[in-house]
Design a protein around this ligand. Structure first.
Ligand SMILES: [Zn+2]
Length: 436
């Protein structure tokens, strides 16, 4: 059994980190680029026009990789695309994203070595959670082709923790299962954790008094939104830990115990840049920019300077937990493509969520972006708890949004149980356009 103490030794001491890290990163990057140069058709084509050896030039001069390119590549070289460094038989895992904005899932193959690297990433992420030998993980997750928590499950079992799979059962069955088997750590999306808590209240199951002590939440922002976090922590009687990872990139960042409301990046496994959205220049430390990632250990299907579209801000202050790994203050702040422009205001869905989740009488909500007319219109549908005063609630939410975000929005209440519930990433923005 590896304990928190042994896990804390991440290969070199914290005191040495600043000196050792750049060397370690550049060594891993060189190994990656040499392999890619030798046998990865996608990057060979991409780097052909560089006129220089990609392994020897400044890596910041390498071209970006975009998700649209990967999707186009998979259409052109079906079914898995050409971002494959090795021959087909070396790939033992296939996962895919839950769907892209073009509707097509992105498929991703992994070799045993890449998979092992991702399990290692999780071991390092778990070291921030202060795990106890008696911890028992529950994964209320379908274990389908979405990568989700497959790697977390395997990494935790490899570290010696009991791990319970929650595939193939409904939400109520999952609740009874996690209570009966005294799970202590639950891994899911923030939306699903909210849904389970709502259901537990209906079924009169005592979550707050259960053995659950931590929620590891991923897949969407929420865990770092104060009002959502407070609601989850009180409903579950457990500490929330935000986690960030992408199917096509790997497990990347997690919140530390000492400093809630942000996530540390696994610096030894990733090169991370924070650039002006859609631009190519780094923003100053402390400013919001787009996260651009290079994974250093997934050599069979790597991503080099990948534009994630996720917005982050590097915390300029050292973290009280002592790790020098950079920290995304406030977690993932939004996406470069999900900003809503409405009557001269730029609004991120996460700012709306921060206000809406402060009202305990709102169970679920949906943002309607209406682009059918000459001006974009925004409305919010809220689903109140049974018995809540609908008109008072709508007025209070409209007022809170007006006072804090400085614009007016129509609030409509809908019947209890009428808005969709989600197990994986929630889709709470509903766009209507003139083309519909
Ligand atoms: Zn920290």
């Amino acid at each position: 059994m590896l304990t928190a103490g042994t896990l804390d030794n991440r290969g070199f001491s914290r005191a040495d980190m600043n000196d050792a890290l750049p060397q370690l990163q550049s060594h891993r990057l060189r190994v990656l680029l040499e392999q890619v140069k030798a046998s990865n058709p996608f990057y060979q084509r991409k780097y052909a026009s560089l006129g220089a050896d990609p392994a020897t030039i400044d890596w910041r001069c390498l071209p970006f990789t975009h998700k649209a390119e990967l999707i186009a590549d998979q259409s052109e070289y079906p079914p898995y695309g050409s971002n494959l460094t090795y021959e087909a038989r070396r790939y033992i895992r296939l996962h895919q994203t839950s769907g892209t904005s073009s509707g097509r899932p992105l498929r991703w193959l992994d070799t045993a070595e890449s998979w092992d690297w991702m399990l290692g990433c999780w071991s390092r992420l778990f070291s921030f959670l202060d795990l106890q030998p008696t911890d028992c993980f529950f994964f209320p997750f379908s274990f389908g082709p979405f990568l989700g928590f497959w790697t977390a499950f395997e990494a935790a079992t490899r570290l010696g923790y009991r791990c319970l799979a929650g595939g193939g059962m409904g939400s109520t069955a999952r609740l009874r299962f996690l209570l009966e088997h005294r799970a202590t750590i639950i891994c899911c999306t923030p939306t699903y954790a909210l849904h389970l808590a709502e259901l537990a209240a209906q079924e009169q199951l005592d979550l707050a008094g259960s053995s659950v002590r931590a929620l590891v939440l991923a897949g969407e922002p929420g865990a770092c939104i104060d009002s959502t976090r407070q609601r989850l922590e009180s409903q579950w009687g457990a500490r929330v830990f935000d986690h960030y990872g992408l199917t096509e990139v790997g497990p990347t960042a997690i919140e530390c115990r000492a400093n809630p409301g942000g996530m540390h990046l696994l610096e030894e496994d990733y090169l991370a840049e924070v650039l002006a959205p859609q631009g190519d220049r780094p923003v100053a430390v402390g400013e919001v920019g787009e996260l651009v990632l290079t994974n250093l250990g997934r050599i069979g299907s790597p991503l080099i300077r990948y534009r994630t579209g996720d917005l982050v801000r590097i915390d300029p202050k050292p973290c009280p937990c002592g790790t020098p790994w950079r920290r995304f203050a406030g977690g993932i702040l939004g996406r470069t493509d999900d900003m809503i422009h409405v009557r001269g205001n730029n609004v991120y869905p996460s700012s709306l969520e921060a206000v809406i989740r402060r009202f305990p009488e709102i169970v679920e909500y949906r943002i309607i972006v209406d682009q059918t007319g000459p001006l974009t219109d925004l409305a919010i549908e809220i689903e109140p708890t049974p018995g809540a005063d609908r008109s008072l609630l709508s007025e209070a939410v409209a007022r809170a949004i007006r006072d804090e975000l400085l614009f007016r929005v129509a609030i409509r209440t809908v019947d209890p149980g009428s808005l969709p519930r989600f197990e994986m990433k929630a889709r709470r923005i509903f766009r209507k356009s003139a083309d519909d």
